[in-house]
Design a binder for this molecule. Structure first.
Ligand SMILES: *[C@@H]1O[C@H](CO)[C@@H](O)[C@H](O)[C@H]1NC(C)=O
Ligand SMILES: *[C@@H]1O[C@H](CO)[C@@H](O)[C@H](O)[C@H]1NC(C)=O
Ligand SMILES: *[C@@H]1O[C@H](CO)[C@@H](O)[C@H](O)[C@H]1NC(C)=O
Ligand SMILES: *[C@@H]1O[C@H](CO)[C@@H](O)[C@H](O)[C@H]1NC(C)=O
Ligand SMILES: *[C@@H]1O[C@H](CO)[C@@H](O)[C@H](O)[C@H]1NC(C)=O
Ligand SMILES: *[C@@H]1O[C@H](CO)[C@@H](O)[C@H](O)[C@H]1NC(C)=O
Ligand SMILES: *[C@@H]1O[C@H](CO)[C@@H](O)[C@H](O)[C@H]1NC(C)=O
Ligand SMILES: *[C@@H]1O[C@H](CO)[C@@H](O)[C@H](O)[C@H]1NC(C)=O
Ligand SMILES: *[C@@H]1O[C@H](CO)[C@@H](O)[C@H](O)[C@H]1NC(C)=O
Ligand SMILES: *[C@@H]1O[C@H](CO)[C@@H](O)[C@H](O)[C@H]1NC(C)=O
Ligand SMILES: [Zn+2]
Length: 470
């Protein structure tokens, strides 16, 4: 789905002859994700897959620990079957397709009915915009940006009378890097996660629901390594293009997938491509999800397209690092966009990590920056606040800065980070029979300004836009 070119055609006219060159921008990632390995639907399917690609000894994935062993992407990305997902799958939408409420899901139906009526009464005039892949050609939109549509001009602060919260774009601590990765869990993330573990570094992980269902043991590693887990939608498409129901389902079932597989219910999310408006914000807030966007984009996702090279991404990293030196972050730090998307994006962070640590005073997950000590609905799983996190990470103790079960939990601190999951993955058809419980379960902004409407504009994102002018 990666496009060879990034083109933003933006047409904006106010009055018949007045044509504005637009300085718009938008941080964008790739379009649809490569679906990776499929969740196996049946034992027969698994048998057939394994007969085509016999598993070697190191590929025998049975639990979180065995899934975490290899750092060979081919081995890591060999599909496996995981009983809790097999058992739950019928209650979820089809992976990598636009989510809708699953027929017969009464909880979702009831909750949505209430959210839908709130949305319809509050924002009767905001409808779906453009296509799921970000083609906004022909979308008429009021130049005054009534919907606070991020993709239009990066609006992140809805008008006060909407009652909506502003998006999070920065961290409140000076010279502090708000650290996270989008688009995981990627099947081949072990080298990156090993590196983070060895450095006592936690991050905010924005997981795609379909990836969680595909790679549940990789998702479990994310939680158990002490990272903060947030929602990054079910199918990774443009949220403002969805009906209320689809937008709801994209968030609801990703939240539920994370709850089903990891045992925790996130309270934060990030819209793919940043594509959010007030209607989508209200749906997300109704699910108690805080919207975290970003202030700086490394554009790591873009390498290989538009002639963007690894060197260009390096320059983007360096630019953020350099801004510490000129005082940009003396009152608050950046939230930086980078990805757990492929070998390059993960390697690039490893390449720059030491420089980032040297330049910034602190590198922290968003929860720590904001003292969100109970980042999940389940309040028995806690996260270190800023002081605790920075204190402990500077003394290079990685385990003690991990999220932990609160004192109320019988196992005390460390229970979450170190607990082993009950083995419920099966790598062979035979062992799959055992019933197991779920483990704890622009062409340089190729802009073409021309247009016709008295108000409104149309623009087309073929894939994505660059953030360079933001
Ligand atoms: C939700 O609201 C939309 C209008 O925005 C309406 O078309 C749809 O039928 C509603 N869905 C439900 C399930 O009420
Ligand atoms: C975008 O949508 C417009 C109108 O809906 C269509 O004419 C155009 O071909 C689409 N562009 C792409 C790249 O799909
Ligand atoms: C565009 O928004 C402005 C300010 O909210 C409003 O005054 C104007 O009537 C709107 N224009 C149209 C065509 O809706
Ligand atoms: C959101 O949080 C409130 C307050 O804790 C709770 O009553 C409500 O049920 C939650 N809504 C959802 C959809 O989880
Ligand atoms: C620091 O450098 C950046 C990038 O060159 C620039 O945009 C910004 O205005 C500078 N800030 C200050 C405070 O000099
Ligand atoms: C995961 O990373 C590999 C590279 O190691 C890449 O080929 C694959 O497309 C990624 N999978 C997803 C679902 O992003
Ligand atoms: C990138 O892939 C190579 C093998 O192709 C692997 O050795 C390396 O660990 C990977 N790096 C990351 C950060 O995933
Ligand atoms: C987090 O806690 C620290 C120490 O108590 C405090 O200085 C800081 O302002 C808090 N940050 C936020 C966003 O509340
Ligand atoms: C920081 O570490 C020191 C020494 O390990 C300890 O005494 C202190 O209580 C810690 N402070 C916080 C806020 O965790
Ligand atoms: C947290 O509480 C839930 C029940 O609400 C339980 O299933 C889970 O095991 C607990 N987690 C920990 C780490 O204690
Ligand atoms: Zn993304």
């Amino acid at each position: 789905m990666l496009q060879a070119t990034t083109v933003v055609l933006l047409a904006l006219t106010v009055g018949a002859s007045q044509v504005f060159g637009h300085t718009g921008c938008g941080g964008h990632e790739i379009a649809r994700r490569n679906p990776g390995g499929p969740v196996i639907n049946s034992r027969a399917e698994l048998r057939s897959l394994q007969s085509r690609r016999p598993l070697g000894p190191r590929q025998a994935v049975t639990d979180e620990a065995s899934a975490a062993q290899s750092i060979d992407p081919t081995q890591e990305c060999t599909a496996y079957s995981y009983t809790p997902v097999l058992n739950a799958k019928s209650g979820f939408p089809t992976i990598w397709q636009t989510a809708e409420i699953v027929p017969g899901d009464n909880d979702a139906t009831t909750l949505f009915a209430s959210i839908n009526s709130t949305v319809n009464s509050k924002f009767p005039n905001i409808g779906p915009k453009g296509s799921h892949t970000g083609n906004f050609t022909g979308v008429a939109y009021n130049n005054s940006d009534p919907d606070c549509w991020w993709t239009w001009r990066q609006c992140t602060t809805p008008a006060a009378d909407t009652g909506l919260h502003a998006d999070i774009t920065t961290v409140p601590e000076p010279d502090t890097w708000g650290f996270g990765f989008d688009d995981g869990p990627n099947c081949s993330h072990n080298a990156l996660y090993d590196y983070l573990r060895d450095n006592g570094q936690k991050a905010t992980m924005f997981y795609i629901g379909s990836n969680v269902m595909d790679w549940p043991l990789q998702a479990l590693r994310g939680l158990d390594d002490g990272h903060e887990i947030c929602v990054h939608t079910w199918s990774h498409q443009y949220m403002t293009s969805f009906t209320n129901e689809e937008a709801f389902a994209e968030l609801y079932y990703t939240r539920k997938a994370i709850q089903t597989v990891l045992g925790v219910t996130p309270k934060c999310w990030r819209p793919p491509y940043g594509d959010v408006d007030n209607r989508i914000r209200l749906i997300a807030e109704s699910l108690n999800l805080t919207n975290i966007v970003w202030s700086d984009d490394t554009e790591d996702w873009k390498v290989g397209t538009d002639g963007v090279t690894a060197e260009d991404v390096g320059l983007n990293y360096q630019a953020v690092i350099d801004k510490v030196g000129n005082g940009t972050y003396t009152s608050s730090g950046p939230v930086v966009l980078n990805h757990e998307l492929n070998n390059f994006t993960m390697s690039e962070m490893v390449t720059y990590y030491e420089k980032i640590r040297a330049a910034f005073k602190y590198v922290v997950p968003i929860a720590a920056a904001y003292n969100w000590t109970t980042p999940y609905v389940e309040t028995n799983v806690t996260f270190p606040d800023f002081l605790t996190y920075t204190n402990q990470s500077s003394s290079s103790s990685s385990s003690s800065a991990s999220p932990s079960a609160s004192a109320a939990g019988s196992n005390g601190a460390g229970a979450v980070a170190s607990g082993s999951r009950s083995g419920s993955a099966t790598s062979t058809a035979a062992s799959g029979a055992a019933s197991t419980t779920a483990a704890r379960s622009s062409a340089a902004l190729g802009m073409d300004a021309k247009g016709a409407a008295v108000w409104g504009f149309s623009f087309m994102l073929i894939g994505r836009i660059a953030l360079s002018m933001c």
